[in-house]
Design a protein around this ligand. Structure first.
Ligand SMILES: CC(C)(COP(=O)(O)OP(=O)(O)OC[C@H]1O[C@@H](n2cnc3c(N)ncnc32)[C@H](O)[C@@H]1OP(=O)(O)O)[C@@H](O)C(=O)NCCC(=O)NCCS
Length: 248
C-alpha cells in the first residue's frame, strides 16, 4: 500500500488598497456591468469601496493573466436573482492555463483587499476594528454555543478582538465556498480565536449539499487595525504573500 501524497501548501497572493485610492481614472478599468453598479451606488464610501475593489481585482488578475486590467474577463451575476453581485468569477475558457484561478474581494472601512489563489477556491475577509459593535448581540447571531463559551471565558476587554477574529475566519470560509451569509453562521464551528484556525463543525445544510471540504485558514492583520483571514478549500495549509503597495 502506498501512502497518499500530502496535500500541497497553497500560495495565496493578497493585494491591499485604500478607499483613498479611488479616483475618476479608475472608472476606465471597469466593464459596463461594474460601471452601472458604481453609478447606481449612492453612498460615497460604498462607491469608493466598490470602485477600488473592481480596479484592484483587475490590476491583480491582469498582472497574472498578462492582459490590461480593463480586459480581464469578469462575471458578476448572482446565482439567486441574476443581479450584478455575489462572488465575482473570472471567465476564461476551460482549457485556459488560468482556468484554475480563483479570487476573493473584501472591503471594510478604508481597506480593500483581493486574494488570488490557483488550484483551490479562496475567500478573503477583513473587518474594521473601529466599527460600532455590540459583541454580545453579534455573538448570539454568529457564534455557536461552544464559541460563545470560549468568548465569555476571555476578559471583557479582549472579547471584541476575539469576536472579530472568529468572524473574519467564518466569512473567509463562507466566501471561499461562495455561499456568503446564506448558511447559519452559528453552525459553522471554528476553533477558539487564540488557537490555530480550523473548521470544527459544518452547517447541516452544507453537508446535505455535499460541501464539507478540507479547509486551510490563516489570520492576517491589515494596517494594524483590520483583522483579516484567508480561507482556501484545500488541506495542506496556506502561505500568504502580501503584494507590495501602492498597486493602484
Ligand atoms: C458575501 C458576504 C459574506 C460579504 O460580506 P461583507 O463582509 O459585507 O463584505 P465584504 O466586503 O467582505 O465582501 C464583499 C465582496 O464579497 C464578494 N461576494 C459577494 N457575495 C459573495 C458570495 N456569495 N461568496 C463569495 N464572495 C461573495 C463580492 O466580491 C463582494 O464585493 P463586490 O460585490 O464589491 O465585488 C455578504 O455580503 C453576503 O452574504 N452577501 C449575500 C447577500 C445576498 O445574497 N443578497 C441577496 C442577493 S439576491
Amino acid at each position: 500500500m502506498t501512502a497518499a501524497a500530502a496535500a500541497p501548501e497553497r500560495e495565496v497572493l493578497v493585494w491591499w488598497a485604500r478607499t483613498g485610492d479611488a479616483r475618476p481614472e479608475l472608472l476606465g478599468l471597469l466593464d459596463a456591468v461594474e460601471r452601472a453598479r458604481h453609478e447606481a451606488t449612492v453612498r460615497p464610501g460604498d462607491k469608493a469601496r466598490f470602485l477600488v475593489g473592481c480596479a484592484l481585482s483587475r490590476v491583480a488578475l491582469g498582472g497574472l493573466l498578462g492582459v490590461p486590467p480593463a480586459d480581464v474577463p469578469l462575471r458578476r451575476v448572482c446565482p439567486r436573482c441574476g443581479g450584478p453581485h455575489g462572488k465575482v468569477g473570472l471567465t476564461v475558457p476551460e482549457r485556459s492555463p488560468y482556468a484554475d484561478v480563483d479570487f476573493s474581494v473584501t472591503h471594510s472601512g478604508e481597506v480593500v483587499g483581493v486574494a488570488v489563489c490557483r488550484g483551490a477556491a479562496v475567500g478573503l475577509d477583513a473587518e474594521d476594528d473601529g466599527i460600532d459593535l455590540d459583541v454580545d448581540a453579534a455573538a448570539r447571531t454568529a457564534l455557536g454555543e461552544g464559541e460563545r463559551r470560549a468568548l465569555r471565558a476571555r476578559p471583557p476587554a479582549a472579547r471584541r478582538a476575539a469576536f472579530l477574529r472568529t468572524w473574519t475566519r467564518k466569512e473567509a470560509v463562507l466566501k471561499a465556498l461562495g455561499v456568503g451569509l446564506h448558511v447559519p453562521l452559528r453552525e459553522l464551528e471554528l476553533s477558539a480565536p487564540d488557537a490555530a484556525p480550523a473548521v470544527l463543525g459544518w452547517p447541516g445544510r452544507l453537508g446535505r449539499l455535499g460541501r464539507r471540504p478540507e479547509v486551510s485558514l490563516t489570520d492576517l492583520t491589515v494596517a494594524g487595525t483590520h483583522p483579516a483571514a484567508v480561507a482556501v478549500l484545500a488541506g495542506g495549509g496556506v502561505r500568504v504573500a502580501v503584494q507590495a503597495d501602492p498597486v493602484l
